[in-house]
Ligand binder design. Structure first.
Ligand SMILES: [Zn+2]
Length: 304
């Protein structure tokens, strides 16, 4: 049976820690490197429900995409607003579960987080959106530029993305002409709005990512291209968990490790509800108690 350190060495080869951004916090967070591993759980977020799931499963190793402590800490006490992080540390250590983080190193790897996102939406990757200059093969880097096998309208492409990604309460937001033709797509798992310059330079029809903010999205719309499909951050990164579990399965088979791998289906997207707008487009709804025909009027002066 492999040890935590054996599995770590194999996963470090898939997602070399030196590929991580300088501000990132990747690698082993807790766990005895000499402990044996038979069961591994992959998840996006190291939150308490995922730690509970790892314990319930009897996992010896939890691999998450997001760091537990990104900015450093002087305590792992389960107290205060960030006390859930300390609770996760205590629960994992108490139950002999190691925690490994593969974040921006998994983003930049080949295959990486955005390859998994592209595959989930049935796109053919042609190359990285921001190539890693240290990769002679030109396959590593941030985001991916992709092609569709056959053109779709923007509405059809958005429906395909909604079908291919795991469901979340908020679903997907779309910006653009629903009938516009889509042949090329840039994808970036997680927050992608820092990559608009590269997306524009790639000349793609659509940018599929998460966490797009008003101003960058508005500027992209005013420029006319690309159309935007904005999914939940968690949903764009979750396909990586399945890709990663498949990669570890192959390694396990090669070494005769007989590891059992699992992918968490717990939706850890923080947005838990969605209220569709019900007032007429462009108008705020009248407060129910004050809405008398004689006392309220629209901005044009017409009685409501
Ligand atoms: Zn992320």
């Amino acid at each position: 049976m492999p040890t935590v350190s054996d599995v770590l060495a194999a996963l470090d080869a898939l997602w070399p820690p030196e590929l991580a951004e300088s501000w990132d916090a990747v690698g082993l967070v807790c766990g005895d490197p000499a402990a044996e591993v038979s069961r591994v759980l992959f998840a996006v977020d190291p939150v308490p429900e995922v730690a509970d799931e790892a314990v319930r499963l009897g996992a010896d190793l939890l691999v998450t995409h997001h760091p537990l402590y990104l900015r450093g800490t002087t305590t792992v006490a389960p107290l205060g607003p960030a006390g859930f992080k300390g609770r996760v540390v205590h629960e994992l250590i108490r139950n002999d579960v190691a925690l490994l983080v593969a974040h921006t190193n998994a983003d930049r790897a080949d295959p990486g987080v955005s390859d998994a996102l592209a595959a989930a939406v049935d796109l053919r990757v042609t190359g990285p959106l921001v190539p890693d200059p240290s990769d002679p093969a030109g396959r590593r880097g941030l985001g991916r530029v992709c092609e569709l096998d056959a053109p779709l309208t923007l509405a059809e492409f958005a429906a395909r993305a909604a079908h291919g990604l795991p469901a979340t309460a908020a679903g997907l937001r779309v910006a653009g002409d629903p009938d516009a033709e889509v042949r090329t797509v840039a994808v970036c798992g997680g927050s992608g709005d820092s990559l608009f310059d590269e997306v524009r330079a790639a000349g793609v029809d659509v940018f599929l990512t998460a966490d797009l903010r008003h101003h960058p999205a508005s500027e992209a719309r005013l420029a006319g291209r690309p159309a935007l499909v904005d999914a939940a951050h968690w949903a764009t990164e979750w396909p990586w968990c399945e890709q990663a579990a498949g990669q570890l399965d192959e390694i396990s088979d090669r070494h005769g490790w007989a590891l059992r791998t699992h992918v968490s289906r717990t939706v850890t997207d923080p947005w838990t509800g969605h209220a569709p707008s019900t007032s007429p487009a462009g108008e705020p709804a009248a407060p129910a108690a004050a809405a008398t025909p004689s006392s309220r009027s629209t901005s044009s002066g017409a009685p409501r």
